[in-house]
Every structure is written in C-alpha cells, then in structure tokens.
Design a protein. Structure first.
Ligand SMILES: Nc1ncnc2c1ncn2[C@@H]1O[C@H](COP(=O)(O)OP(=O)(O)OP(=O)(O)O)[C@@H](O)[C@H]1O
Length: 304
C-alpha cells in the first residue's frame, strides 16, 4: 500500500452462513483514480461496499481506507457513499437536505451548499425534493456525498435509470472529483459507459476477483482477437468469403479474427485482393468482450 492508496483491500473473505459472498478479494484504488467494479447480479459488489463502510464482519483479510480501519472515525470521515436509489425526505428542499447532511458531518453548511452549484441543481435548491426528477435526485445524492471533500467515493450503480445525457454529465462530475484527488470506486452494469469513464476495471464473479487492470492490458492478457470487417465490392460477400474465409456477416460483410501480431499481414493480404474489397474496418476488443471472457456465465435466474 503506497501513501497514494486511498483504498486497500487485501485477501478479503465475507461469508453469510454457508454462502461465500467475497472470496479472498484483493484490490486497491489510488488517489485520483476511478476503478469500475463489474459483475453479474449477486457477484458481491454491494457486499464489498458494505464491508468498506464498516458494516460487515471480515472472515479473512483487511480493508484500509486512507490507512484507517473501516468504520473508524477516520475512515468514516474519508469515505462517502452514494447508493443506487438515493432517497431523501420528499418534503425537504435541496438546500435543506444539504444543510442537514453538512451538520451531521460537522461541515459548514455554507460551503456544502456550493456543491448544489457544482452538481448543476442550484436553480432547484429551494424546491422540494419530492418534485425532483431521478437525475436531479442523483445529483443531489452526489452533492451530499461530496460534502467535506471525501478521499474515497463509493458509487453503487450511480447512473442506473438516468437518461444518456444525465449519465454523461454525472460521469463528467465524477471525473472532476477524481481530478481533484479523490479515489472513486463505482459499480455498474453499463459496460459501454464504464469503458470510457474509468481508469481500471475489476471484475467479480461469484465472489471471486477474476480480473483487474486497465482494459487494454486485460484484453492483451486474454489474447482477445482483433476483428477485421471487410466490405465486399458489388455486395458480393460470397465471393469474398470464398477467398478470405472468416465469417460471412451479411450480403456485404465478412469478418476475420486476428491477433495483434498478425494484423499487418492480414491487412496486406486483403489489400492485395484489390478489386473484391470495398472497405476494411478494424475493431479492437471492447470492455464487453473482456467482461464476457473473464466472467463466468451467470447461474439461472442471475441475469444482469
Ligand atoms: N445479509 C445477507 N445475508 C445472506 N446473504 C447475503 C446477504 N447480503 C448479500 N447476500 C448474498 O451475497 C451474494 C452477493 O450479494 P451482493 O448484494 O453483494 O451482490 P451484487 O454484486 O451487489 O449484486 P447486484 O448487482 O444484484 O446488486 C448474493 O448471493 C446475496 O444473496
């Protein structure tokens, strides 16, 4: 653990009776870093959050938050949590909610109220929360989580139910908070979103950490193929398919798999075909390919 490590989880096991929800899990999140926690329903993501918050007995291992034990005074000051469906008293205004939480955290309400500006709902600060849209409630939740400048932000599926624009804006805010030095651990089922918006991913499968690292490194380690999609001239995919093999996707497209080392050779071969090829597209592995590779298929009834 370096002094830049704001969350260190080492060999963590958590069991609920006979069920092992987390099985010897180790991971860390550094200052300014956004780590995405991925996994099917029941993989153990929320259990990890609850353990970090100090609510659970650890069967094995340790958790350190800014070098403090979970649940300690120091850790409680350092960590903030935003659940998936944040609920505030409907009769309170946004300002009243923030003032209330600032007082609970022993922070000056005036400073905390500036966070309503940060998250873009200052205009609605005098309105009752009961009139807020889901996106506005999540923004208010983020403002609440940011009170006192936490070192570690835990975001449990923070954008589920938000429209694409609100999701984008939410991630921009998270990005800004990370650039100011916070460590962010967020869980999500939305792989495309996480791919562009986080620094590293950790994949849990049935309580075990099956992969952890930067997307490009995980894709490289898994030796996932690059897909080369070739468009046939004159919409004659059959003729093209007969020449190059691979998969015929439709009447115009044929797809080939190749390793990073073979890419140039494959491209040269295709270029030499000349008249039968209209266009070539190259697709490097995406997070959903990496996720599918590393995570086991869900048990029946476990669909994400
Ligand atoms: N208090 C508990 N008692 C018994 N089993 C529990 C308890 N809390 C969680 N579990 C079990 O632990 C496993 C992990 O659950 P967890 O809620 O951490 O999964 P998750 O990855 O957050 O899933 P989801 O994506 O659905 O939120 C599941 O099998 C769940 O049923």
């Amino acid at each position: 653990m370096t002094n830049e490590t704001l969350l260190g989880v080492d060999d963590l096991t958590i069991a609920f009776g006979p069920l092992t929800a987390l099985d010897h899990v180790s991971l860390s999140v550094q200052k300014g870093e956004r780590l995405a926690l991925l996994g099917h329903n029941g993989a153990g993501k929320s259990t990890l959050f609850r353990a970090i918050l100090g609510f659970l007995f650890l069967n094995t291992g340790t958790i350190r938050i800014a070098d403090a034990a979970p649940g300690s005074e120091r850790a409680r000051r350092a960590v903030s949590y935003l659940p998936e469906a944040v609920a505030f008293p409907k009769a309170l205004t946004g300002s009243e909610v923030i003032t209330y939480f600032a007082r609970l955290k022993g922070e000056p309400p005036r400073k905390a109220l500036e966070l309503l500006e940060t998250v873009g709902i200052a205009d609605a600060s005098k309105r009752r929360v009961g009139t807020y849209s889901k996106g506005m409630r999540q923004r208010l939740g983020l403002a609440q989580a940011l009170i006192g400048r936490p070192d570690l932000l835990l975001l449990d599926e923070p954008t589920s139910g938000l429209d694409p624009i609100s999701r984008g804006e939410f991630y921009d805010l998270v990005d800004r908070v990370a650039r100011q030095g916070a460590a962010v651990l967020l869980s999500s089922h939305s792989l495309t979103e996480v791919e562009a918006k986080t620094d590293r991913v950790a994949i849990l499968s049935k309580g075990r950490l099956v992969a952890e690292g930067r997307l490009a490194d995980l894709a490289g380690a898994a030796a996932l193929p690059i897909k080369v999609r070739v468009r046939a001239k004159g919409a004659d995919a059959d003729a093209l398919h007969a020449k190059i093999g691979g998969r015929r996707l439709n009447g115009r497209l044929v797809e080939l798999d190749c390793g990073t080392g073979d890419k140039m050779a494959v491209l040269s071969r295709l270029a030499a075909l000349g008249d039968v090829v209209a266009d070539i597209e190259i697709e490097t592995p995406r997070l959903d390919d990496v996720y599918r590779h590393y995570s086991k298929p869900p048990a029946p009834g476990d669909a994400a």
